[in-house]
Design a protein around this ligand. Structure first.
Ligand code: FE2
Ligand code: FE2
Length: 259
């Protein structure tokens, strides 16, 4: 089973470009019956995710959309989290938050659980992700388990990767928007990368117009964010999992301009 995991998509124009680019990438990677997971927490213009931007990502080819600390920035998205089981918010945001942090994809011949968790170091307060994942793993109904760990601190992500080694098929870091070069298979079982990176404008600071961010650093003035444009790149990983054992066989980084 192949899993294409695409890093934080920034803005609606990026969603549209991704929609044009993804069919050819899927053909090239031969992931016909695989699963496409996209982190969409920044997919709306003006931050967060809206039903409109989520729909752009589903049209682009997402099977599951994960999120993170920006998941509830847009109130109009609350019903989407409640009603669509394939749009996830961090599982450790508590039982009273709208939606869920876990879903099961059933492909007939195999199934896979996708789990979204948020870190707690330098992040919004949340339930302990290590304790939360222990509870979730008691009952996933499958050996194929993919975790989006949306976290700031590299140490927290590394610790989670070793904590889940042999228990999850993949632990994929998101949130920092910068792709790391440490993809690996831990204990011949768990595919891991500290951060899969960002899908968005190249000439930007994490997807935002660079001049706006420079001015904020220079003047401490809360200038409004503006999305950057121009040339867009996809940051992703492709993971091959043996669906009978749930063990990852390989993980490869993708960082390429979308033309
Ligand atoms: Fe993000
Ligand atoms: Fe984030």
């Amino acid at each position: 089973m192949k899993i294409l995991f695409i890093g934080d998509v920034v803005g609606q124009d990026t969603c549209t470009v991704l929609g044009s680019f993804l069919p050819s990438l899927k053909r090239e990677l031969e992931i016909k019956n695989g699963i496409v997971i996209i982190n969409g927490e920044n997919s709306a213009d003006g931050n967060g995710m809206t039903p409109y931007s989520a729909n752009l990502l589903f049209k682009a080819g997402a099977d599951v959309i994960t999120s993170g600390n920006h998941c509830f920035k847009r109130q109009e998205a609350d019903s989407m989290y409640r009603e669509n089981p394939f749009v996830l918010r961090p599982a450790n945001y508590g039982g009273s938050a709208p939606g869920k942090g876990v879903c099961l994809i059933d492909r007939g011949g195999f199934s896979a659980a996708v789990i979204n968790l948020a870190g707690i170091s330098f992040m919004l307060p949340a339930d302990n992700p290590f304790k939360c994942i222990d509870d979730i793993l008691k009952d996933t109904g499958t050996k194929n388990i993919i975790v989006d760990f949306h976290a700031e601190a590299t140490a927290e992500k590394k610790a989670m990767s070793f904590y889940l080694a042999g228990r999850a098929s993949a632990v994929i870091g998101t949130h920092t928007h910068i792709q790391t070069a440490d993809e690996q298979i831990i204990n011949e079982h768990t595919a891991y990368i500290t951060d899969v990176g960002m899908t968005g404008a190249n000439d930007s600071v994490l997807g935002i117009e660079k001049d706006v961010i420079i001015e904020r650093f220079l003047c401490y003035y809360p200038k409004k964010y503006a999305l950057a444009g121009g040339v867009y790149s996809i940051n992703a990983v492709i993971i091959d999992i043996d669906e009978k054992s749930g063990k990852a066989q390989s993980i490869s980084r993708i960082n390429q301009v979308m033309r």
